[in-house]
Ligand binder design. Sequence first.
Ligand code: 13P
Length: 284
Amino acid sequence: MPVVSTKSILDRAFRERYGVAAINVVNDLTMEAVLAAAEELRAPVIVQTSPKHVLLTGVDVMYAMWCEMTKHVSVPVALHLDHCPDRKLISECLAQGWNSVLFDASKLSVEENKRQCIEVVAEARQYGADVEGEIEGFKRTEEMTGDEAEHVQSLETVVDFVKSTGVDVFAPAIGNAHGTYKTTPHLDSQRVTDIVQATGIPVALHGGTGMTPEQFSDLIARGCAKVNISTALKIAFMQSGYDFMTEHPGEYDPPQIFKAQRAAVMEMAKHHIQLFGSAGKAWT
Ligand code: 13P
């Protein structure tokens, strides 16, 4: 069971300049498929859980699934709580055993975000867990106006936030958004370089679904060690189910549809792991 710290996965990737796929799972099937993809490619991977799905499944059930499924995994893996503004849920997940959390206080002022993030980091450290921080929220792709990259905090503010809070990884807005981009997004890659140089910590790239291979390799080379993928998993999971039922009308045998969905999610995860350069990078 090589469940390791998120920081140990990211620091190594950051040093060697490859990207680790941080994939949001939605249930047991997708969790198992992502772990199986990482195992097959001998890649480290971060399994992400959004508050919505943690609450839907239950903190204890989700964590029990994780423990059982990682018992025989031989590549480095970590469990991460994605975009969580809820301090209570953060505390519950940390106490249960999550390896890291993204404290999402992007709706609060930077000062208040910083004040609370210092507390979250202190709490996480009690459990040997790590923290991702953000000070600029991410839009959904359908809300994009094209000038996202301009509405960001100054480098000075980012450096002060990172240094004061002690977060292990930082998620900047660079023109990225969650969902399905209508066209290739215009990304401020220089901002990643500036932040990496000024803070010395890895950057988390959000809104990975729909970025081009060139964008991924450029941003990973600049220090985006954590590359978030969520929408692509939802599409693979749901579309494969839909396709199965279309191709097999009247076949109501759940294991058959599960098989098709598992294959599609594994394929999607393997595609991204290979694209980010983390295949073969497992060290345990
Ligand atoms: P996508 O849904 O665009 O892949 O973004 C994932 C993400 O950043 C999760 O935090």
